[in-house]
Design a binder for this molecule. Structure first.
Ligand code: TXA
Ligand code: MG
Length: 329
């Protein structure tokens, strides 16, 4: 797969009745649709579908699995997926729909893809204030994961043309809804901590939130001191790592170890429990399975996890990035 040459012409449709219907259908089929929100254009995929979420990362060429924002048209749509706390309820009541993303706890039995929250026990959610986004989210009736619709490392898109230039035909449809009004990404607040923490400055001004939530802490000023120096916004998080020790590039497995294989694995015998990220060696499938399988192996009763070598190409880079972090204790 060519990495970033977005030369082929993407499919672009006006956000009229027919365009919206097609976009909603594609999302339900697991395809990727770029759509306008009031902040920036989002690269949407079904948040319940591991493969669709993996395809988002592949499309952006992201070298890491940063957790994504789940977009819905109304709060009831998140029922069974998240646990509301008082802070989140308060902020949602004041600022939704709008340019504010709330990090909340995932429900234990949520069907949201683990990849959406990069394996964390929390999830970021937002109701966008944009008629096209709302119509789309209501018509498809599913929660939609959407990072900004640009290739990794490029500027966030505020017009359909930006999306086309950056992603080309790697996105299945670009729903055109003019220029976005806010133009910067949403503000991100983690409501799961006491006191709550601002993780990213954005479209909803800090002062407005502090007006409602005086004890809000601005974590963005502290980036360099936190877990990872030179960090991107997502790096403020302690990322999901399995409880068990993990070793990479395993070519054989001990009896006490769980095996996380990739590609043909018949030549490796034994192991306490065995799972395969993708027997066909498909990196997108592997990404889609990664966090769910790590969770399963973590609970398997094995003493540690051995992971087969994974190529450093495409989503393999993001998979290896996560695995390397999991080896650091
Ligand atoms: O305006 C926006 O927010 C746009 C539009 C499309 O909605 N989306 C966007 O998504 O900017 P993205 O993926 O580029 O940024 C998501 C941000 C990142 O900073 C990420 O670290 C944070 O939200 N985030 C997502 N899930 C999180 C979680 N569970 N805990 C903490 N931070 C999280
Ligand atoms: Mg972005």
């Amino acid at each position: 797969m060519p990495e970033s040459t977005a030369t082929a012409q993407p499919l672009m449709k006006q956000a009229d009745t027919a365009g919206l219907a097609e976009a909603a259908r594609l999302l339900c089929e697991g395809k990727l649709v770029a759509f306008p929100t009031e902040t920036v254009y989002g690269l949407g995929g079904n948040a319940l579908d591991d493969k669709a979420v993996a395809a988002i990362f592949a499309c952006k060429g992201r070298p890491q699995f940063n957790p994504l924002i789940v977009h819905v048209d109304h709060m009831q749509r998140l029922h069974g997926h998240v646990v509301w706390n008082d802070t989140a309820k308060l902020l949602a009541a004041h600022f939704w729909p709008g340019a504010l993303t709330l990090v909340v706890e995932r429900s234990m039995d949520s069907a949201l893809s683990y990849l959406v929250s990069a394996g964390l026990s929390t999830v970021a959610v937002r109701i966008p204030a944009h008629t096209v986004a709302q119509a789309l989210l209501s018509q498809c009736g599913i929660p939609v994961a959407a990072p900004s619709a640009n290739a990794s490392g490029m500027l966030s898109p505020t017009t359909p043309l930006h999306v086309a230039e950056s992603l080309g035909s790697k996105v299945d449809l670009i729903l055109m809804g003019g220029k976005t009004t806010v133009g910067v990404e949403s503000t991100v607040v983690d409501t799961t901590t006491t006191p709550p923490r601002l993780l990213r400055h954005g479209g909803l001004p800090y002062e407005k939130i502090v007006g409602i939530l005086p004890d809000l802490i601005d974590m963005t000023a502290q980036t360099a001191d936190e877990a990872n120096p030179g960090a991107s916004p997502g790096m403020l998080l302690s990322h999901y790592a399995p409880r068990l020790p993990l070793r990479m590039n395993a070519t054989q497995v001990e009896a006490s170890e769980a095996l996380l294989a990739f590609g043909p694995d018949h030549f490796i015998r034994g192991g306490y429990t065995r799972l395969n990220l993708s027997k066909e060696g498909d990196l997108n499938e592997a990404a889609a399975n990664l966090f769910a399988m790590l969770h399963t192996l973590d609970k398997s009763g094995a003493a540690s996890i051995a992971v087969c070598p994974i190529p450093e190409t495409g989503l393999g880079m993001a998979i290896n990035d996560r695995l390397r972090r999991a080896t650091i204790r």
